[in-house]
Design a binder for this molecule. Structure first.
Ligand SMILES: [Zn+2]
Ligand SMILES: [Zn+2]
Length: 240
């Protein structure tokens, strides 16, 4: 943090630590050692006069105006104390997804083993059948592996702070995405019907690549996450 420079806002005269100010009670002291409060009678002087006899301009200014960059310093302190938002992985949601994956795997295995006869021209096609059966098994296996691993993950799901986004929701760790590498945050919906529609919060990186964050395993929903990310992004992205 920058140190605070004190100078007269009208003529730039800088106090030198000596006692140039006299209170209405008669006490003489260095007003900048006490923030404008008289140590004898406790009166607070909201305005401070620039002492002309030692090189100043004899004009009055609000005491706080003497502190240069006070706004910037306060702003800096505010930025530093922004609390990171920590969105945990949802054990309940992950457990549900793990159960779904087991069902998927079991269904795939059952279709291969039991070879159920379905009176349906599409499903009777051998290629369709293999795709469905093995698709279900692969999705199930991948799901079991992924969701079981996430269930055991003691780490956070997603952290949003002043620096960027730490993403621990994907199978492959995207890890940390700084705000300066993001060009847009949007949402994307994938799915044929309302029932199967999947919502993602999509991060478009400056290089053009996209990261889709699913809230399926998080203690939040995609509307809230999108709002939160956008507000942080607006605040912390580098000015263009
Ligand atoms: Zn006084
Ligand atoms: Zn002055």
């Amino acid at each position: 943090m920058d140190s605070i420079r004190i100078r007269c806002p009208k003529c730039n005269w800088e106090p030198d630590g000596k006692a140039y100010w006299q209170c209405s009670c008669g006490h003489v002291w260095d007003t900048f050692s006490t923030g404008g409060r008289c140590p004898a009678c406790q009166k607070v002087w909201e305005d401070t006069k620039c002492p002309g006899h030692v090189g100043g301009c004899d004009k009055w200014s609000p005491h706080l105006d003497w502190y240069e960059n006070l706004d910037d310093i306060v702003d800096e302190i505010r930025q530093e104390t922004v609390m990171p938002v920590n969105i945990p992985l949802s054990k309940a949601k992950l457990t549900k997804l793990l159960v779904f994956s087991v069902v998927f795997l079991a269904a795939g295995v059952w279709m291969v083993v039991a070879n159920p006869q379905v009176d349906n021209p599409v499903f009777d096609n051998v290629v369709v059948r293999i795709v469905v059966e093995y698709g279900a098994m692969i999705m199930g296996l991948f799901g079991i592996y992924f969701f079981a691993r996430k269930l055991m993950d003691k780490g956070p799901g997603l952290i949003i702070d002043a620096q960027g986004i730490y993403n621990n929701t994907s199978a492959f760790r995207d890890g940390f995405i700084p705000w300066c590498e993001i060009s847009e945050i949007d949402e994307r919906s994938v799915g044929a019907s309302l029932a199967s529609r999947q919502h993602f919060v999509t991060i478009v990186k400056t290089g053009g690549s996209r990261i889709h964050i699913s809230t399926n395993g998080l203690e939040t929903n995609h509307e809230d996450l999108l709002k939160l990310m956008k507000s942080y992004y607006e605040k912390y992205k580098q000015p263009a």
